[in-house]
Ligand binder design. Structure first.
Ligand code: ATP
Ligand code: MG
Length: 327
């Protein structure tokens, strides 16, 4: 059975982008292998975050995983910080990734852009090292992510190649995989920018009420003209809404275009809002149930102990391969 691994950072309220590009897909692929889905709380520390907010967000991400259909009996759901092997391996792996390649990472450039160099944390820079560790510690082969994380998985691949060239076949080669439609949902207020939970402009939050979701979609930025057509360059706003509609309904872009011939943006946006609400109504209800069930802590504790069992073996293998004494 191949191992599948992914995670979400508890940095803020999850967005519709996280839902379409990550969450929904996790629950779809989970039974195709032995699946590990974690809450990336150590990664959430790479930018300042209030302790109480981090704690609440972490619980929320866990609840959203289960609400989205992740099955804790099959899928190992856990907190990154509950398994120290990730961090231990990262200390080793940091010696096999280089300053040059880390400084070329888009996420690092984006997130450090507005900061003074002396205020940029080392953790933000070294983020891909810990992420590579998250992946290889489980010998994971399939890494379902949104488009923005593919670059980090590619770097993890470079690291595995470099490491194995030196020490033999020690680490398993991972591969990023994306949803066909919706791997990069854009902001509703600026459809040239990714919808991000840490950048509140143009987001739909999973915690928004259904009415707020509808309002946000109805007031999404659209483009010149009145045609419903998938054309990212000239119609980024409409194309983004079409992507949302297509990913939630399974309709192709062509089918959507045909359906809205001769109709205006208003009709189209109403259909997008209906699809979002249709999807979110049961999902939000399940989220409330999970929060009330009081089961989250037990699921996370079980997950952590399952995760540790697997990762300890990899850590030993790596320690031995590189010559740590008595391992
Ligand atoms: P942050 O701003 O803190 O980086 P984020 O919204 O980018 O938040 P992450 O925790 O970095 O969320 O990413 C979790 C998963 O969601 C990743 O697989 C990522 O690729 C995916 N993802 C994030 N934003 C989008 C988006 N707009 N469309 C599709 N997938 C997304
Ligand atoms: Mg991100």
């Amino acid at each position: 059975m191949e191992r599948i691994l992914s995670g979400i950072k508890p940095t803020g309220q999850l967005t519709l982008g996280n839902y379409i590009g990550a969450l929904k897909n996790f629950s779809k692929v989970q039974y195709e292998g032995e699946t590990f889905i974690f809450i990336a709380d150590l990664h959430a520390l790479t930018l300042p975050i209030d302790p109480e907010v981090l704690r609440n967000n972490s619980r929320d991400v866990a609840a959203y995983y289960i609400a989205a259909g992740l099955d804790p009996k099959h899928t190992t759901i856990f907190l990154q910080s509950d398994n120290p092997s990730h961090s231990e391996l990262a200390i080793i792996l940091q010696n096999y990734l280089y300053m040059g390649e880390l400084s070329r990472m888009t996420q690092f450039k984006d997130k450090s852009q507005k900061m003074k160099e002396e205020a940029i944390g080392l953790g933000l820079f070294a983020y891909p090292v810990l992420m590579a560790s998250d992946i290889v510690i489980y010998d994971a082969k399939r890494i379902p992510v949104g488009e923005d994380q593919v670059q980090h998985v590619e770097l993890a691949r470079d690291l595995v190649k470099r490491f194995n060239n030196r020490y033999g076949d020690v680490l398993v080669m991972p591969k990023a995989e994306m949803v066909k439609v919706g791997a990069r949902i854009m902001s509703l207020s600026d459809p040239t920018k990714k919808m991000s939970k840490s950048d509140p402009k143009g987001d739909i939050y999973l915690s928004d009420s259904l009415e707020v979701m509808r309002k946000k979609i109805m007031s999404a930025v659209t483009d010149m003209g009145r045609e419903i057509k998938y054309d990212v360059e000239n119609k980024p706003g409409i194309s983004n809404l079409m992507t949302i509609l297509s990913s939630l309904t399974g309709k192709s872009f062509q089918e959507i275009e045909n359906e809205f011939v001769g109709k205006g943006y208003g009709d189209f946006k109403r259909a997008v809002a209906d699809a979002v609400i249709n999807e979110m109504t049961p999902f939000k209800a399940r989220y409330e149930e999970v929060i009330k069930s009081g089961e989250i802590d037990k699921i996370l504790a079980d997950g952590a102990s399952r995760a540790r069992k697997v990762s300890e073996l990899t850590l030993k293998r790596v320690q031995k391969a590189i010559g740590l004494y008595n391992k």
